[in-house]
Design a binder for this molecule. Structure first.
Ligand SMILES: Nc1nc2c(ncn2[C@@H]2O[C@H](COP(=O)(O)OP(=O)(O)OP(=O)(O)O)[C@@H](O)[C@H]2O)c(=O)[nH]1
Length: 189
């Protein structure tokens, strides 16, 4: 009997408070949207899905909202294959804060670059927009990462975020699934 090989990948969802990290995660996992705001302490979710013909078991760490002065806990820096960095298109401050968050990840991991997807969430709030799409795209280009604007509320581009992070991880980590005897090591684990 053919048993498909499942690759396990761990990602962390990081960003300023109330940008929609939990909403995106829960929309992806359970396809629901919760209007009420409940600050996250931390939560881990799991989902198995297919990307580009491969099976993935994705572990998603939904983190507490960060500000400029928050300490990045090491569990979100080590053992994570990729990062989903979320701002709200209706909050310039949340966009600026992401630059600091990414620097903290680079500091803690010691990596020069990290597999990541930059996400401008709440794209449905067009009349409250403070961050033009072009600015998001330019930041993602400067980081060499994928970019998407999403709406957890309207379920727009949500699954794409998780497919994109898998693709970003695979670009840099083809060797994760090699047998241990091959003597390979991982970059940011
Ligand atoms: N209009 C709109 N509201 C959203 C969207 N995503 C989330 N929200 C709302 O924004 C608020 C915060 O959402 P959360 O998902 O709790 O945000 P979070 O980033 O996980 O919050 P913390 O964990 O406290 O940092 C809630 O009231 C959500 O309903 C979206 O795409 N559009």
């Amino acid at each position: 009997m053919y048993v498909p090989h499942v690759k396990t990948r761990k990602v962390a969802v990081l960003g300023f408070r109330a940008v929609g990290k939990s909403s995106l995660t829960i929309r992806f996992i359970d396809d629901v949207f919760i209007q009420a705001y409940n600050p996250t302490i931390e939560a881990t979710f799991n989902k198995t899905f297919d990307v580009d013909g491969s099976h993935y078991h994705l572990e998603v760490a939904d983190t507490a909202g960060q500000d400029d002065y928050s300490i990045l806990h090491s569990q979100y820096a080590l053992g994570i294959h990729g990062y989903i960095l979320v701002y709200s298109v209706a909050s310039k401050n949340s966009f600026e804060t992401l630059k600091i968050i990414r620097d903290k990840i680079l500091n803690v991991t010691g990596a020069a670059t990290i597999p990541c997807v930059l996400v401008g969430n709440k794209s449905d709030l067009q009349f409250e927009r403070q961050v033009p799409r072009e600015q998001g795209q330019a930041l993602a280009d400067s980081w060499g990462c994928a970019f998407v604007e999403s709406s957890a509320k309207h379920n727009e581009r949500v699954e794409d975020i998780f497919k994109l992070i898998i693709r970003e991880i695979e670009k840099t980590t083809q060797h994760y699934d090699m047998p241990a005897e091959s003597g390979c090591c991982c970059t940011i684990m």
